[in-house]
Structure formats: C-alpha cells, structure tokens
Ligand binder design. Structure first.
Ligand SMILES: *[C@@H]1O[C@H](CO)[C@@H](O)[C@H](O)[C@H]1NC(C)=O
Ligand SMILES: *[C@@H]1O[C@H](CO)[C@@H](O)[C@H](O)[C@H]1NC(C)=O
Ligand SMILES: *[C@@H]1O[C@H](CO)[C@@H](O)[C@H](O)[C@H]1NC(C)=O
Ligand SMILES: *[C@@H]1O[C@H](CO)[C@@H](O)[C@H](O)[C@H]1NC(C)=O
Ligand SMILES: CC(=O)N[C@H]1CO[C@H](CO)[C@@H](O)[C@@H]1O
Length: 513
C-alpha cells in the first residue's frame, strides 16, 4: 500500500514537472546554440550508443545478472513491506471449477461488470467464457463521488447488468463475486481489505478510510436489492496468473508490462520470511504450502542492471530516483523518454534535425512508446510510415531525412532489445528461485518441465517482436545452464486476454468450489 501511495505522488509530481515554465530556460539556452559546430557524425554517435546499450547483453552476462537479482529477491522475500508480498490465496485453480460467476473490474477509467461462465479446463478455450459484460466510464462525476456514494453507483451498474439479460443460472443462492481492484488496499483476508486513498482523482475513500472494501460493496448491493457476496479480491498480477492457470496448469507466473510493470509468482511459503505474513492465524499456515506472491518487480535491478548516461539523466530528474530501476528501463512510460534523451544529445552533438529541437519534444515524457513501435515496424524502403507519423505528431522545421529516420530506428531497436533482455533476466531469476527447493526433482524429471507465464500489457503483448525476443533470451539462458542429457526446461510467455475480469471470476470460483 505504501507503493500505491508513492505511485500516486509520482503521477502528481510528473504532471507538475511537465510544466513548460520550468523548461523554458533550458530550451532557449539550447536553441541559442543553433549553428553550433557539429562535434561528431550521427553514425559515430549511433555506434557508440548501441555499443553501450546492447553489447553487454551476452547470455553469460545475463546469467550473472540473474544470479545477482536472485539474491535481491531472496533478500526481499525475508523482510520488506514493499515488495515480494504474499497474498492470501494459496491455491491455483484445478481447472475443474465450474459455474457462472460475477466478476468486477474497477480500474482508473472504467468499471466493468461481467458474467463469466466456467465449464472446466477439459473444454479447452470454451471452458472459460464471458457471457455478458458491460463497461462503464468512470468520469469526473463518478470520481468525485464520496464514500458509500461511489459503491452505490457501482451497485446500480451491477444491477443493470444482471437484469439486462436472462436470469443468471447459478447454483448459489447468494451470487458470489470476484473483484479486480487496481487501487491500494491493505488486504486482511482473501475477501477483504481496508480501503486506502485511491489517488487518480478519486474521492471515494473520503470518510471511509480503513473500512472493509468487501463489506462496503456488499452493503451497497444490499441497498439495491441484490443478494451478493464478495468472495475474492485480486490485483492485476494475481488476476492475470489465475485467468491463465485455469486453462493451462503450467501457469505459475504472470507478467504485466505496459505503461507500468509487475509480476506475480506462485511460490513455496517456506521461502518467505514469517514476518511477511503479518498476523494471519495458524489455520492459514496449516493449509498453505504455496502462495501467490506479488513481486512488485519494478523495484528490483538497481546496482545489478548496467545503466547508460541516458538512464542516469532520467533517474536524476525523476521525482522518485532509484525507486523502480527495472521499470525505468523497460516500461511504456519510459522507453520513449530514453529515446527522447538520446535525440536531445544527438541534436546537440551530432547535428540531428539540423540542430533544432522540435518544440513538441522539449518537455520530458513527450515521446511515447507508439513512436518506437512505429519506427521498428516500418519496413518500407523509405520509412514513409514513420515519417508520416512524425510529421503528424511532432513539429519539425524540416522533414527528417532518411538517414535520420534510420538513426531513430536503430536507437529504438537498441532500447527495446535491452528492455527485453533485462526483463528476460528478471524473469529467469524469478523462475530460478522458485525452483530451488525442487532442484532434486528437477534433475530427475523425465517428463516435460514447462512453465507458462501469463502476460498482460501493451508492451509485452503488442510491441513488435518484443515478447518473442524476451522469450528467446530466456531460452538461451536456460539452455546454457543445462547439462548434457538433461531435459531442457521450457518457459513460455503467453498473452492472457481479459485477464482482470477472467482472473476475478477464477478467483471466486476457486473459493466457492
Ligand atoms: C478434474 O476432473 C477430472 C475428470 O473428472 C479428474 O480426472 C481430475 O482428477 C480432476 N482434477 C482435480 C484437480 O480435481
Ligand atoms: C495486491 O497488491 C497489494 C500491494 O501492492 C497487496 O497489499 C495485496 O495484498 C495484493 N492483493 C492480492 C490479492 O494479491
Ligand atoms: C539517481 O538519482 C539520485 C538523485 O539525483 C542520485 O542520488 C542517485 O545516486 C542516482 N542513482 C544512480 C544509480 O545513479
Ligand atoms: C533420482 O531419483 C533416484 C531414485 O528415485 C535417486 O536414487 C537419485 O538420487 C535421484 N537423483 C538426483 C540427482 O536427485
Ligand atoms: C485464506 C483463504 O481464505 N484462503 C483461501 C484461498 O483459496 C482456497 C481455495 O480452495 C481456499 O480454500 C482458502 O480458504
């Protein structure tokens, strides 16, 4: 919950930092240097930067970094209130759960209500289906609702969804609900948690801080005449893991990589320090030998993953320096910013864009990942697609030349290759620590040794070639460490669709089955 709070501050400060007044002095200083003698050629700069970004990404170096990251994970697994957080739900779905469940997904800008039908893993993709779903924009008016008014709004949408179609065919008298909640809560059980400030402009927590989220929703539904029960509350990373685990029993990890990142892993309770479980009673410990753990992966990698001067620059002007080292080098929020910093240096020292900074990129965080994706996927001989996109979205004095577009493309490739390699390293490390206790079994395995990682988020699922590249780095790292005659373990990164809604449904199904 501390992390969620810090993230909210971060967002607020980022928007303050983007204030043009703060940057005006800098850009005028820059533009007064127009006509500066060019210090080096663009090709020379390109060679230097690409060496810096990708030359060290050899399999043996990545394995060394993985070993160091494993030590960081082990350390935080023993004691840290911020990352490697064990959830309450210790059971993965058997794949035999069935029934119709109500799933809710409350995010920053939409509230979704879905009826999900589970019919068993043996049915293949038909085993898990959204049979009805409504999506409701959370606009300013909704965000400003205080206290129980927000939950009454939710209840009215739930009721509308339920009464919209044929009656729900459920064996349960009281309709069980699973909830994906993308805001901080201090979870106190699988079905409850104390509500915290939500950030993102929401007023809901006003006057009800510390009250139980599950109770609040049930009470609001009661006032609307709905007989429901919140049985499970999950966050994005556990929802993603659960949604995929229902169909594929090899799924024991999830990865979110979009604007931000996170990962969850199903791991042995014995590897986690006792103090990390808080005040759970003995019955929880008696039942659980494995637990879904929210890694908050973004916070790892500091002092392990080599940085460039551009990363240092980004870190220095960041409102939370050193807070999320891996995130700063891999997620959608930052890939574009790294490229922007490279572009600024190239303008200043290698005459890119005739030495002029396009007005649209003088401010931090003004180049988004879409720009990188378009450059990388443009295989037209003159890069006309990328050129058109640039013309449409950014103001240039003169249209960038083909040579300049090639420079931008090469830089985008290097930045995304490094992101994929660092991500692969962090996943390999996570996978490795989960196996420590099973090592003997592993050595003796004669059957398939396969792990599926459920993936959600725009970068991992949509950025051209990214998931495949990450997958191939992981495969190289694994095979390098294998001895002759051993079965080579496999890790598969698989996209999870509608993970928040389906994961919430699976979570509730696991609880009532
Ligand atoms: C699921 O059901 C199948 C078929 O009825 C059965 O063979 C299997 O053991 C069940 N699995 C679990 C984990 O209950
Ligand atoms: C979700 O993550 C928060 C911290 O980020 C944690 O407090 C909470 O227990 C997690 N919930 C689940 C169900 O994993
Ligand atoms: C990140 O920036 C902060 C603030 O400028 C600085 O103190 C810290 O040393 C930087 N971290 C690294 C790894 O350079
Ligand atoms: C593999 O299993 C056999 C028999 O179960 C056992 O004797 C042997 O020690 C095991 N090997 C390893 C490397 O654990
Ligand atoms: C603490 C807790 O409520 N854990 C639940 C996690 O999911 C399993 C599913 O079988 C339940 O049995 C546990 O009670």
């Amino acid at each position: 919950m501390v992390l969620g709070y810090l993230k909210a501050i971060l967002r607020a400060l980022e928007s303050i930092l983007a204030c043009p007044a703060l940057l005006a002095s800098r850009s005028s200083r820059r533009s007064s240097r127009e006509g500066l003698i060019q210090k080096r050629s663009l090709q020379d700069l390109e060679r230097e930067i690409s060496r810096m970004l990708v030359d060290h990404l050899t399999t043996s170096n990545l394995l060394m970094m993985s070993a160091q990251m494993q030590r960081q994970y082990q350390d935080k697994l023993q004691s840290s209130p911020h990352c490697m957080l064990p959830s309450y739900n210790h059971t993965l779905p058997s794949g035999n759960e069935s029934g119709t469940y109500l799933a809710l997904d409350v995010g920053g800008s939409t509230f979704r209500v879905a009826l999900v039908s589970l019919r068993g893993r043996h049915q293949g993709v038909d085993g898990m289906k959204i049979i009805r779903m409504t999506s409701h924009t959370i606009d300013e008016d909704v965000r400003s609702l205080q206290g129980t008014n927000f939950f009454d709004w939710m209840a009215s949408r739930i009721k509308a969804t339920l009464t919209e179609g044929p009656d729900v065919d459920t064996p349960h008298h009281t309709l069980p609900i699973g909830l994906s909640w993308s805001f901080p809560i201090e979870q106190t059980s699988i079905r409850g948690g104390m509500i915290q400030n939500m950030g993102k402009g929401f007023n809901c927590a006003n006057g009800i801080l510390g009250q139980d989220l599950g109770d609040l929703i049930e009470a609001a539904c009661g006032r609307s005449g709905l007989d429901v029960r919140i049985d499970a509350i999950v966050n994005d990373s556990s929802a993603t893991l659960l949604s995929r685990a229902y169909l594929d029993p090899c799924t024991t990890m999830s990865l979110i990589l979009g604007t931000g990142m996170n990962a969850a892993v199903h791991m042995p309770v014995s590897q986690i320090g006792l103090e990390k479980f808080g005040s759970r009673d003995a019955s929880w410990h008696a039942q659980a030998d494995m637990v879904i753990t929210n890694t908050e992966l973004s916070m790892f990698g500091g002092s392990v993953l080599p940085k460039t001067r551009f990363d240092d620059q980004l870190n220095r002007s960041h409102v939370l320096p050193d807070f999320q080292p891996l995130e700063y080098m891999t997620t959608g929020r930052y890939l574009g910013e790294i490229i922007r910093l490279i572009i600024l240096e190239a303008i200043e020292t290698a005459g890119l864009f005739g030495g002029n900074i396009p007005a649209s990129i003088t401010m931090p965080y003004t180049l988004d990942t879409t720009f990188l994706a378009i450059l990388e996927s443009d295989t037209t001989p003159h890069m006309t697609r990328a050129s058109l996109y640039l013309e449409k979205t950014h103001a240039f004095n003169t249209v960038p030349s083909f040579e300049e577009l090639c420079f931008l493309k090469a830089m985008a490739e290097c930045v995304s290759i490094r992101a994929a390699a660092y991500l692969a390293t962090s996943i390999h490390a996570l996978w490795s620590i989960g196996r420590v206790t099973e090592e003997n079994d592993v050595a003796n395995t004669t059957t398939m040794d396969k792990t599926t990682i459920a993936c959600d988020g725009s970068v991992i699922n949509k950025y051209p070639g990214f998931r495949e590249l990450c997958q191939s780095y992981i495969a190289k790292m694994i095979s390098e460490k294998q001895h002759k005659g051993q079965i080579i373990p496999e890790i598969h990164l698989e996209p999870a669709h509608e993970a928040a809604i389906l994961g919430a449904a699976v979570a509730v199904a696991v609880c009532v089955s």
